[in-house]
Write a protein that binds this ligand. Structure first.
Ligand SMILES: NC(=O)c1ccc[n+]([C@@H]2O[C@H](COP(=O)([O-])OP(=O)(O)OC[C@H]3O[C@@H](n4cnc5c(N)ncnc54)[C@H](O)[C@@H]3O)[C@@H](O)[C@H]2O)c1
Length: 388
């Protein structure tokens, strides 16, 4: 295969948030083109959205069912290669399963599904079909997060003992779901978001980041889950004590009522020999602390005598001092997914760096995280086992 991969988008119509980010991210490296879409549950909005993106009229579908069935019936050289699902959580499973059933790879945003059972069914289907599934946990795409992961994996920090991960946002500090905020309205509706609000929306990102960097698995949790804004139906705040499978302990805080905060995701990891700190709002910097020498400041795109890991280098596009941020991190997920699909289709060996993107297994863990923290939040028992 020596051509761009063809993407069919589900969701992401006019007025949507993350669909536009996915399109930019898919475009950055020139490996993927937008081929078709079912951009909205409303056929006329889907058509208008496709038109605004200059798609041919017959490539804007009126439903995802129509898109998947029609594309599957086209000759191989004309049909899409994968779908990208950027709908609210309750419209994740059905299109993902249908796409896999029709032989298409899947990109899907987090949380992967509405329930843990659905996530497990997707995992089984991915295994049976051998198709690829990329789960867009954005933060694992940053070069300095890759560097942090590599340093832990190489044992530079020693055995990990402590993880602090916090994700404060302020945008749901008032009842904005009642003021016509589209993104707030489905996120706070249990029939569309799922069992959790804040913990599903951003708690899953924090949990994934902690497991991704440390390579550890959360084993049990003790959660305090809150609805702070009166009248809201799902959690908008919470704090969770964590136990990891190597004996390390941690704290995860996620809140959408931390007034004035934008997207202040931050993680600190401490081992026996050293610690590290990364902040999403200053993503090109990784701080590394030692007990016996001054703190080090690693920066994206800068050459050092002891070079950055191949994983950080592979996911860096520009020389130091040219900030790479959210869109590039998102693009790294798409690029690695595309390189993996190309490599597999061409019978080539796919590099470990390209294969390093969140998968269906991470999606199952994310859904188990939601179930576990909500159960723990309602329980009087101190620790709740994390069962996948
Ligand atoms: N990775 C991240 O950092 C990140 C950030 C934001 C959102 N998300 C996730 O992305 C998903 C979408 O979030 P959003 O904020 O963009 O939501 P949104 O409400 O802004 O957009 C959802 C889009 O899906 C469309 N849609 C709904 N039902 C549909 C259907 N049956 N067929 C086709 N289109 C349909 C809507 O019309 C809309 O265009 C959610 O699962 C969310 O958790 C992830």
């Amino acid at each position: 295969m020596n051509r761009k991969l063809r993407m069919g988008m589900i969701g992401g119509g006019s007025g949507a948030f993350i669909g536009g980010v996915h399109r930019i991210a898919a475009n950055i490296d020139g490996l993927i083109s937008l081929h078709c879409g079912a951009f909205s549950s409303k056929p006329e909005v889907s058509k208008a959205s496709g038109e605004a993106l200059f798609l041919p009229a017959d490539k804007s579908y009126t439903s995802f069912e129509q898109m998947i069935k029609t594309e599957a019936g086209l000759p191989a050289e004309q049909r899409m290669d994968f779908v990208s699902i950027v709908t609210p959580n309750h419209v994740h499973f059905e299109p993902a399963m249908m796409a896999l059933d029709h032989g298409f790879h899947v990109v899907i945003d987090k949380p992967m599904t509405f329930t843990l059972d659905e996530a497990k069914a997707l995992q089984q289907k991915v295994k049976e079909t051998g198709l690829q599934l990329l789960l867009t946990h954005t933060y694992s795409g940053y070069p300095m997060v890759k560097q942090a992961k590599a340093m832990v994996r190489e044992g530079k920090l020693g055995k990990i003992r402590k993880v602090y991960v916090e994700y404060p946002q302020g945008w749901l500090s008032s009842l904005s779901e009642k003021d016509g905020n589209k993104q707030a309205s489905w996120r706070t509706d249990p029939s569309k978001s799922g069992k959790a609000g804040c913990m599903g929306d951003i708690g899953t990102h924090a949990a994934h980041l902690a497991e991704y960097i440390t390579g550890l698995k959360i084993k049990e949790v003790c959660a305090d889950i809150n609805i702070v804004v009166p009248g809201r139906l799902l959690d908008d705040d919470g704090a969770i004590l964590l136990h990891f499978d190597n004996g390390a302990s941690g704290v995860l805080i996620a809140s959408q009522v931390a007034v004035g905060e934008e997207n202040a995701l931050k993680i600190r990891v401490y081992g026996e020999k050293g610690g590290l700190e990364w902040r999403q709002e200053e993503p090109n910097t990784l701080l590394v602390r030692w007990s016996d020498q001054p703190m080090q400041v690693y920066r994206t795109g800068v050459g050092y005598a002891d070079p950055l890991s191949s994983f950080a280098a592979h996911n860096t596009r520009t020389p130091g001092g040219h900030p790479e941020g959210y869109l590039e991190a998102f693009a790294n997920l798409y690029r690695n997914f595309a390189l993996t699909l190309q490599g597999l289709q061409n019978g080539q060996q796919v590099s470990a760096e390209a294969l390093d993107f969140p998968s269906v297994d991470d999606g199952v863990r994310g859904m188990a995280f939601i179930d576990t923290v909500i159960e723990s939040g309602q329980s009087t028992q101190k620790w709740t086992p994390f069962i996948v």
